[in-house]
Design a protein around this ligand. Structure first.
Ligand SMILES: C[S@@+](CC[C@H](N)C(=O)[O-])C[C@H]1O[C@@H](n2cnc3c(N)ncnc32)[C@H](O)[C@@H]1O
Length: 385
């Protein structure tokens, strides 16, 4: 619970400016009350007399900036976040397994506390791939320490089916421990993605996940990151972004891949040459197929068709950047079907920058409650009679 802490506006602006310069964080994405609370916590920890002295200390001590970044960046993540994404990765991996000549290289950046790269590793193993490595980068030392340990609280996998749980981890001392095979596949490293060259010189990744970071960055950091991704992805590679990450800097370098156009991209130049052949044969997950196909509609178990229709419209609006309409349709879907997980997840993504932290927290708590109550609900679908 954050207590109200008052810090002079000029100091808050100075701190936000330091974060913008060092980590590319857009000052508009930071809440003043959160900065004030974190600064107060750090000030007390360091036994400094007042916020002014803390800011002087911050300017002088490089390691304090790291503590502050750790404490202020949004590290929200979860295993198999956005199930449509992992359906697509599985389909991509199954195809890749057939033609693979050399080990596949995958990047998860930012990886936060590790759930994303471990989820990718589990999906690739399930798809029959054994020859792959995953690099996982994040700016936060604290998040990376958790990721490297690979031990997660009891509820971390409660929303996924039991077979997927067992592919990811084993249960010990009331926690999930990521299985050794997955631990060995993922290499974690601290990298600041707002710096140019952060992903190295043409590392040649086949698959890159860069989800839920663009929304927090200012324009020049977004341009740097988009350029790094463009350098890092192989010519025929695939980039996966978060729902709210479809920014102009991405559009300038990448094109969406149907049918997962809301989150899957490839190089612009690649689409003009051989992309149609490569991506057309990837199986389409039901959630997305329903948008364009004339085949009989499918529906999530127990979800009214009208709610499903609103959700589909929300996806379409979010894909073409009309976030206000996307949010409206999501709310309409949730009015009719309050537990409809794809709509909740889309709303969660659309609200990443919502000014009300209270609303965001309430939505995330609601998602967790539903996931705990109905572990495999988000993966269940059936054909409508
Ligand atoms: C919301 S999490 C996203 C994690 C994961 N990709 C997902 O979608 O579940 C955002 C992450 O970005 C990281 N981050 C913020 N600024 C960064 C930067 N400049 N370089 C690298 N990572 C950064 C944060 O530490 C945090 O772990």
């Amino acid at each position: 619970m954050m207590n109200h802490v008052k810090i002079a506006d000029a100091l808050l602006r100075e701190i936000a400016q330091r974060l913008a310069e060092s980590a590319g964080i857009d000052p508009d994405s930071l809440e003043a009350s959160r900065i004030a609370w974190v600064v107060e916590r750090r000030r007390r920890h360091l036994l400094l007399p007042n916020p002014e002295v803390y800011v002087d200390y911050l300017k002088a001590a490089a390691e304090e900036l790291e503590h502050l970044i750790d404490a202020l960046v949004i590290q929200e993540t979860r295993f198999f976040r956005d199930h449509a994404v992992f359906e697509q990765i599985k389909a991509w991996a199954q195809q890749a397994a057939l033609v693979q000549k050399q080990p596949l290289r995958i990047l998860s950046a930012p990886c936060s506390t590790g759930q994303e790269p471990y989820s990718v590793a589990a999906v690739l193993r399930l798809a029959g791939l054994s020859d792959f490595t995953i690099d996982a980068f994040d700016i936060s030392h604290g998040a990376l320490a958790i990721a490297q340990r690979g031990v997660y609280p009891a509820g971390a996998l409660s929303h996924v089916p039991a077979d997927l749980q067992r592919t990811c981890g084993h249960w010990k001392d009331s926690h999930w421990h990521v299985i050794d095979d997955l631990l060995a596949r993922v290499r974690f490293e601290q990298r600041n993605l707002a710096l140019s060259g952060a992903l190295g010189d043409k590392p040649g990744y086949d698959l890159v996940l860069c989800r839920n970071l663009f929304i927090y960055l200012h324009a020049s950091a977004r341009a740097v990151l988009a350029e790094s991704l463009s350098q890092a992805l192989r010519p025929d590679g695939r980039l996966i972004i978060g729902t709210g990450d479809r920014v102009a800097e991405i559009n300038a370098r990448f094109v969406p891949i149907e049918p997962a156009a809301g989150f899957a991209f490839t190089h612009k130049v690649c689409l003009k040459s051989n992309h149609q052949v490569r991506v057309a044969s990837v199986p389409v997950p039901a959630q997305i197929r329903r948008r364009t196909d004339t085949a009989a509609p499918t529906a999530v178990v127990g979800i009214p068709q009208q709610a499903d229709e609103f959700y589909r419209r929300a996806v379409e609006y979010s894909q073409c950047g009309n976030l206000r309409q996307a949010e409206r349709r999501c709310r309409q879907a949730l009015y009719l079907a309050p537990n409809y997980m794809p709509a909740l997840e889309l709303l969660d993504a659309l609200w990443q920058k919502h000014p009300s932290a209270r609303l965001r927290r309430a939505l995330q708590a609601r998602i967790r409650r539903i996931q705990t109550a109905a572990p495999d609900a988000i993966f269940r679908e059936r054909e409508m009679a």
